[in-house]
Design a protein around this ligand. Sequence first.
Ligand SMILES: [Ca+2]
Ligand SMILES: [Ca+2]
Ligand SMILES: [Ca+2]
Length: 282
Amino acid sequence: MTNINIHPSKAKAFVVINCLLLILSICIVSCKNDKTAPQKSATAVVSCQGDNTASLTESKEVGFFEALKTKSPIQIDGCGKDAIWSSSTWYGMNYKWMGNQVDSTDYHGRFKVAWDQEHLYILVEIIDDKLNPTLGDGLENFWKGDYVEVFIDEDKSGGDHKFNHQAFAYHVSTEGHAIDQSTLQKPIFLDDHVNVKRSQEGNKHLWEMAIKLFDKDFDENAPNNIPVKIVAQKSIGFSIAYGDNDGNNNRENFMGSKKTHGNNNDGGYINADVFGELLFRE
Ligand SMILES: [Ca+2]
Ligand SMILES: [Ca+2]
Ligand SMILES: [Ca+2]
């Protein structure tokens, strides 16, 4: 038997180093677990919102908007700090489609649009006094919580799209999902179409999105649908809206980017005829 005498200060250092190694290994494991977690990302808790100025917001009754091309891909982090955003126009999404009149503390919404070959980018700024999770009452109530709805008709054909994919009504949830009705008449996740991150400062919420455009041949059962490349001077059917729920278990207001949106101003999820228009410019 060999006796090893270790100086007490060295023994202390040994214990401290072992503890640090243990903490490091736990951290590495939990980071790995995060990568494989099925949940979509929620809110960025960091304070990172870019445009705090009360810059002019343009409202467009007929819902015609223009997007400028970004020279570099936009970083989707909910921060809105990319260069293209500072040179893009704020458009209003404050036409009351459904519900009672709101004041600017209950709801106020505006958005910017930009593009590159791969994506339509949208920066949405919402003032909302109470944020309710979209899927708090289950997937079947996907339109009842707070959410941003993005309407896209890639070929501007108009027409019925309720249970087909010749146009889309993406219900972008607070949990980061993109939901629309399937051909089997059930809500499904189309998360591959919309990459979204949110940030929050007080009652102001930024939703930053990169959206791939899919045409009428999109097949929800096929693994490899190919998005459409965006080019200058292309235009698409487009509207955007916010469903505001402040805790009454329903959509209390539906506020949109265009003065009217079809039957009862709730025609967008059924008929692409009612959408406005978005033009991609250099
Ligand atoms: Ca509200
Ligand atoms: Ca279409
Ligand atoms: Ca709300």
